[in-house]
Design a protein around this ligand. Structure first.
Ligand code: FE2
Length: 413
């Protein structure tokens, strides 16, 4: 495969990129001549693929079954999901089929690496088995990481610890958690101790739903960061959502940031989901329910943006398009100054790669696996402004998806 005359994100000028045996072989400045057999990129932007750091593939594509979430709230989402599970028994082929539908959408939009949470308090373990099968079937085509996610809590579920151990024994990649949803603070703290002990035992990564609520007193993030710091596991740890940080007072947050920085943990935010589900306990003025993406980033911490849901009881829309999530995030977090816009694709690419600890297979460099996308735009600003199509997505040197950008004809202006 030979791509000629492309821009490469982060480099000046135009380039020719040749891939062989699934790897980047030669990356050379373009000289204006399209070599024989090469594809003319027409000065489009070539960059590493988009990374989806946080989704729940076990729930995707279930919106409307047995009925839609009429209020749009988190709590009606939970009760609707319960109705789904009791009226539509979870079966491995059906779960895999829904997950594949979502992954095809993501592939179309340039995603090649996906971290999915899987509810392991669903004691049939059908979701766990289905997504383990899918991870192995898709290996080399599109990469999946699985998080053992205790939707109903670890201590607050009968046998919760055993369910987490069972998932890790089956080969899950990450230990998950939900400390703010445990019955009491002591359970939340104990769950974090358990999570890190499990991560050490299984040499696994950690990805915790943390403080996903508007309660300014929900303060498990300080505990998560401290436990990660104590065990030097920060770079392999993700604090997901941390919505409560959007409600913390500034004096507390200033103190908190010291621990966050020292711990070296990573962050994930899902702005489309959070702005939809949070802020529901108040009238006006209404908070945004999204973590401090701008402040964390300016302080030098790593924040990746994800979708969380595609057409499920909690979030009814979504098409696997991270540019849409990015647009929402930069609006909510006042990240549309020119400097912000010129590097905004970091949030859905390299920052996600850092969360997933896949930097060894990620990047446009000779010798690395040929994982890249070609966007119908010239730089970050252009891509986010025009919502550019992913015209080509290549994983390990093989084409994963192709798209012809739509054209419009406007008359009489
Ligand atoms: Fe989530």
């Amino acid at each position: 495969m030979y791509i000629a005359n492309c821009r490469i994100r982060g480099r000046e000028g135009l380039w020719n990129v040749a891939c062989e045996n699934g790897k980047f072989d030669r990356i050379r400045p373009a000289d204006g001549i399209i070599p024989e057999g090469a594809t003319d990129a027409k000065e489009r932007l070539l960059m590493p693929p988009f990374v989806e750091p946080h989704i729940h593939l076990d729930c995707v594509m279930t919106a409307g079954i047995p009925h839609y979430n009429m209020s749009g709230t988190l709590f009606e989402g939970i009760s609707t999901w319960h109705e789904y599970k009791t009226t539509q028994p979870l079966l491995i082929p059906e779960i895999k089929d829904r997950a594949r539908q979502a992954l095809r959408l993501m592939a179309e939009h340039g995603v090649q690496f996906v971290r999915t949470h899987v509810d392991v308090t669903e004691t049939s373990f059908q979701s766990a088995k289905a997504l383990l099968e899918l991870r192995d079937e898709l290996k080399g085509i599109l990469e999946l990481q699985l998080v053992a996610f205790p939707q109903n809590g670890i201590l607050s579920t009968v046998g919760g610890k055993d369910l987490m151990i069972r998932a890790m024994d089956m080969g899950f990649d990450c230990v998950g958690g939900i400390p703010h949803f445990e019955f009491c603070r002591e359970y939340g703290v104990e769950s974090l101790d358990f999570i890190f002990a499990l991560a050490e035992k299984y040499d696994a990564m950690v990805d915790v739903h943390c403080d996903e609520m508007d309660d300014e007193q929900s303060r498990y993030l300080e505990v998560l960061a401290t436990k990660a710091w104590e065990r030097s596991l920060g770079p392999r740890t993700v604090a997901a959502h941390t919505c409560a940080m959007g409600s913390y007072n500034n004096a507390y947050t200033t103190k908190l940031f010291r621990a966050l920085l020292e711990s070296k943990i990573n962050f994930n935010s899902c702005p489309t989901e959070s702005v939809h589900l949070q802020g529901r306990a108040e009238n006006y003025p209404k908070r945004r329910g999204v973590t401090r993406i701008r402040e964390l980033t300016e302080a030098g911490m790593n924040v990746a943006l994800g979708q969380d849901s595609i057409a499920d009881p909690w979030y009814p829309i979504g098409v696997g398009d991270l540019l849409r999530v990015l647009e929402m995030g930069i609006h909510i977090e006042h990240l549309m100054g020119y400097k912000d816009l010129s590097k905004c694709l970091d949030f859905i690419s390299q920052n996600g790669a850092k969360n997933l600890c896949i930097e060894d297979v990620y990047g446009i460099e000779e010798g690395k696996p040929a994982n890249f996308i070609l966007l119908d735009g010239k730089d970050d600003y252009d891509v986010v402004r025009f919502h550019s199509a992913v015209v080509l997505s290549v994983h390990n040197g093989e084409i994963l998806s192709q798209k012809t950008p739509a054209t419009a004809v406007v008359h009489n202006i």
